[in-house]
Design a protein around this ligand. Structure first.
Ligand code: FAD
Length: 340
């Protein structure tokens, strides 16, 4: 499975199939049921750590394609197959001058993967634009349409990775975008990039800027950039209670440090996981055998070549332990662990 993931680890799948239609998905589901094989649904493999033992059942890759657009004067709707590459869809929406997902440019993976962890970056998340998710319900083999509220979106979370994990196979996702809308320039990096501009930049420039900023942080998959051999951010930004936040600030003050303040994080009482990792002795470029921390971003664990899943898990645990010992906060990983 390693070549099917961005971090490049994972043993073999006992069975593997790519399904391009609902009928093929249904057939694959019946196959796994009749043989009592566990089923794993694979998208673009960009948010996964697959075990070195691989997957003992059927890996079902979703290959449903097609982008149907309905653009009117004040509202645009895009109905996109789960197997489409996310960034290809963003490029299309931006080319059609439809706003709402431009800050999510350059995120790897499939369209079907985006509702799962409510993908977000630079002040946007897909929960703001998804109007419906069409899904195959493994409980009764029916195809259902879930409205936005039914998806239970919150920070890096939805019913698909929490309460209803493993129940739905996402087939298509519908996004409502704003034709002729302005880009969302809210994050410091983007504001800095466009500092000299008197007017809001066009969507196309915003997309370019996001991709450039991402590339400078190793968060754009680019051939030749070793630092992008990752699963993106490895830890979620912890959400703290006021008491926990106070305690953290106190510990920082003892070390003559100040918790960095970002308006977007403060609003949710989130604290930067990258800061915690860096201030626990794991600076950018830190190496630990065949794994390490990206040279460009403290939150990405990188496969430096030939790493195993065991190497990555051991390193992840070392970071979690050190952060907990120093700061009293347990970091929660963002990627999905498969076959452990
Ligand atoms: C360099 C890099 C940068 C990244 N930057 C960001 C970022 O800025 N913001 C962000 O939120 N994420 C980011 N990520 C994480 C990742 O790209 C997203 O989470 C992405 O949406 C995962 O989609 P995928 O298709 O690759 O899913 P996979 O990794 O294949 O799967 C992830 C989970 O989704 C499930 N899944 C996938 N497709 C379906 C489907 N059709 N139906 C049901 N379940 C499904 C899988 O079973 C699994 O549980 C980054 C990753 C990398 C490598």
């Amino acid at each position: 499975m390693a070549p099917l993931t961005t971090i490049g680890v994972g043993g073999p799948a006992r069975y593997f199939v790519e399904a391009r239609t609902v009928a093929e998905i249904s057939e694959a589901v019946n196959f796994s049921r009749s043989r009592e094989l566990p089923l794993f649904v694979l998208g673009g493999g960009s948010n996964l750590v697959i075990s070195d033992d691989g997957w003992p059942g059927l890996v079902l890759r979703i290959g449903i394609s097609g982008i149907e657009e309905n653009i009117r004067r004040d509202q645009a709707s895009f109905d996109v197959g789960a197997g489409e590459e996310w960034d290809k869809f963003v490029a299309r929406a931006v080319a059609r001058k439809c706003a709402g997902i431009e800050c999510l440019s350059g995120i790897p993976g499939s369209v079907g993967g985006t509702p799962v962890q409510n993908v977000g970056a630079y002040g946007q998340e897909v929960a703001e634009t998804i109007t419906a998710v069409l899904a195959f319900d493994l409980r009764d083999n029916q195809v259902r349409e879930l409205c936005n509220e039914a998806c239970g979106f919150s920070y890096r979370s939805s019913i698909f990775n929490t309460s209803e994990r493993g129940r739905f196979i996402i087939l298509r996702v519908t996004y409502a975008l704003r034709p002729g809308g302005e880009p969302h320039i809210a994050y410091a990096d983007l504001k800095k990039y466009f500092a000299g501009w008197k007017e809001k930049p066009p969507l196309a420039e915003t997309r370019d800027a996001v991709r450039k900023i991402r590339a400078s942080k190793g968060m754009l998959i680019s051939p030749g950039d070793d630092d992008s051999r990752s699963a993106g951010s490895f830890f979620k930004n912890p959400i703290l209670s006021p008491e926990q936040y106070q305690e953290l600030s106190r510990k920082a003050a003892v070390k003559n440090l100040q918790i960095p303040s970002y308006p977007a994080l403060d609003a949710l009482k989130k604290v930067s996981a990258a800061w915690l990792v860096e201030h626990s002795g794991f600076s950018k470029g830190f190496s630990h055998g065949r794994v390490g921390i990206s040279r460009k971003h403290a939150l990405a664990i990188v496969n430096r070549g030939e790493a195993t899943a065991a190497d990555i898990v051991a390193f992840k645990e070392q970071i979690q332990q050190r952060v907990e010992d120093i700061w009293g906060i347990r970091l929660e990983p963002e990627p999905v662990f498969v076959g452990f």
